[in-house]
Design a protein around this ligand. Structure first.
Ligand code: CA
Length: 233
């Protein structure tokens, strides 16, 4: 066993999907452990302490969201949820419970590997930033939390207070999808009928100030129908 490899736990009851992901990730130099139900997943999690978990929501014994609750009651291991295209509500629930990201079935190999890298990176950024100054750096994007200023390619981006709060929130969860409702409750403290529109207006302004153009997300990615995520370009 090579201890330098990241250890990934795959919890999925469908053999062909589980085998496909296992082969894909082993080829990408990850160490894989697998489980076919929620309860065996919990056992594997406790025994092996994986670096990341890939979780199917539809499991034979319990709903995958039970597993997220279980893990989040004690730690922050990144969780990527696998969900069917039609399960928009489940996806949002999983993210609100603390899942980091989701991939919709059927998914491409490149997409899954990219999401895994991003989730592992976000954990590293978080553990690094505890020991460093109050600054967030992601490629050309720099956020100075002390002075509440944002720089892109060394040029300051002038944001309103609300816009800054949204950008800072996304940066604190870099790599993770934040749902509309979780952003709204963090920023405004309540979630009413007009809130989503208000968030979208602020987000459109932020993206414009960041210089986003079609095909160039400029660090803030719009996950349609779900929420937003800050990530590398
Ligand atoms: Ca399933």
């Amino acid at each position: 066993m090579n201890n330098n490899k990241y250890k990934i736990l795959i919890i999925e009851d469908e053999n062909n999907i589980r085998n496909f992901i296992t082969a894909l990730l082993e080829a990408n130099n990850y160490q894989i452990i697998t489980a076919e139900s929620c309860s065996s997943g919990q056992m594997m999690f406790n025994s092996y302490r994986p670096d990341l978990i890939i979780l199917d929501l539809g499991l034979p014994d319990k709903d995958g969201t039970e597993f997220i609750r279980y893990v989040r009651s004690e730690n922050s291991t990144p969780i990527i949820v696998l969900s069917a295209r039609t399960d928009e509500k489940d996806k949002v629930e999983a993210l609100d419970l603390g899942a980091n990201d989701y991939v919709t079935k059927p998914f491409g190999s490149a997409e899954l590997v990219a999401r895994i890298r991003s989730a592992l990176r976000s954990t590293r950024i978080k553990s690094d930033s505890i020991h460093q100054s109050e600054k967030f750096v992601l490629e050309k994007l720099v956020i100075d939390y002390d002075s509440r200023r944002v720089f892109l390619d060394k040029t300051e981006i002038k944001l309103t207070q609300t816009e800054y709060n949204i950008v800072a929130l996304l940066s604190e969860h870099c790599g993770k999808v934040l749902t509309y409702s979780s952003i709204i409750s963090s920023i405004w403290g309540y979630n009413d009928y007009g809130s989503k529109k208000k968030l979208q207006v602020n987000m459109a302004n932020i993206r414009k100030k960041f210089g986003a153009t079609p095909g160039n997300d400029c660090y803030i990615i719009n996950e349609l129908g779900v929420g937003y995520r800050m990530d590398k370009e």
